[in-house]
Design a protein around this ligand. Structure first.
Ligand code: NAP
Length: 260
């Protein structure tokens, strides 16, 4: 890996990397020779599988895990646990890269949207990422770390979607938060960016109505659904020196969808 894209010496904390797009991103970090990846996880099975995949790519990468169900307890309790345990295992004592990736979508027509389902999406996709960024970013500022924060946004950061009002609120919010926080922190050494995936084959999209799924492929210019490995390059770009003048940006990784 050329030095431009190398993550040697860096420590990353990533949520939701035991499956899907987050795992694809973690694979990219491992390929870029990052020193340590701290994953949050919910259950042992996916954690073990993800660890094996990452170790196979780069046997030298240190994989550490923090147990966190983002839906359990109060938001502050969850964030406090992640931050405390992540800094306790960070081998350099510093977290250089924070990737807020974990996310869910509860789909209902708005008139029948249960309040608890709406609140759960706000909490996991928006409120916890914001709180986690405040805690980790404040520590980056204190230690004068050249920080990189990346959020997983969505096409719904730009489009409204159907039966996904809560999801659209959160992903639109992430897009705005990326810009607003970049305005505050980029001059202090922390770059803030997002990646907006198009339609990617993961557990999340596996729950979509099959009829809806079938209408999507013909509209993707590149001619296929996205795969998790499509996120290796974009995350390495946004967390390495290759993107050193890129901040406040939401990078579409969508096979051309938004160009239509
Ligand atoms: N797939 C797409 O087409 C698409 C498009 C645009 C944006 N996105 C975004 O991409 C991100 C990743 O989604 P994905 O498609 O890769 O779906 P996924 O395979 O379901 O992955 C979601 C990740 O979030 C974790 N997660 C979900 N709820 C959690 C909770 N309560 N506590 C802890 N972890 C939790 C999951 O943990 P487990 O491993 O334990 O399940 C998993 O690692 C999300 O932010 C999503 O909104 C996806």
């Amino acid at each position: 890996m050329s030095t431009l894209f190398s993550l040697k010496g860096k420590v990353a904390l990533i949520t939701g990397a035991t499956n899907g797009i987050g795992l694809g991103m973690a694979k990219g970090l491992a390929e870029a020779e990052i020193d340590q990846i701290i994953l949050t996880y919910r259950s042992e099975g996916p954690l073990e599988r993800a660890t094996n995949v990452l170790k196979e790519i780069n046997p030298k990468v240190v994989i550490s895990a923090v147990h966190a169900d983002l839906g359990a307890g109060t938001e502050d309790e969850v964030v406090d646990k992640i931050v405390t345990e992540a800094y306790a295992v960070a081998q350099s004592g510093v977290i250089d890269i924070l990737i807020n990736n974990a996310g869910i979508n509860n789909r209902h027509p708005f008139e029948a949207f249960p309040a608890a389902d709406f609140a759960e999406v706000l909490r996991i996709n928006l409120q916890i990422p914001i709180k986690l960024t405040q805690r980790v970013g404040t520590q980056m500022l204190k230690t004068k770390t050249e920080g990189r924060v990346v959020f997983t946004a969505s096409l719904m950061s730009f489009q409204g979607g159907m039966n996904a009002t809560a999801y659209a609120v959160t992903k639109g919010g992430i897009n705005q938060f990326t810009k607003a926080l970049s305005n505050e922190w980029s001059s202090k050494g922390i770059r803030i960016n997002s990646i907006a995936p198009g339609y990617i084959d993961t557990n999340l999209t596996g729950t979509m109505d099959p009829q809806h799924r079938a209408t999507i492929l013909p509209r993707i210019p590149i001619g296929r659904w996205g795969e998790i490995d499509d996120f290796k390059g974009p995350i390495v770009f946004l967390t390495s020196d290759a993107s050193r003048y890129v901040t406040g940006e939401t990078l579409l990784v969508d096979g051309g969808w938004m160009g239509r």
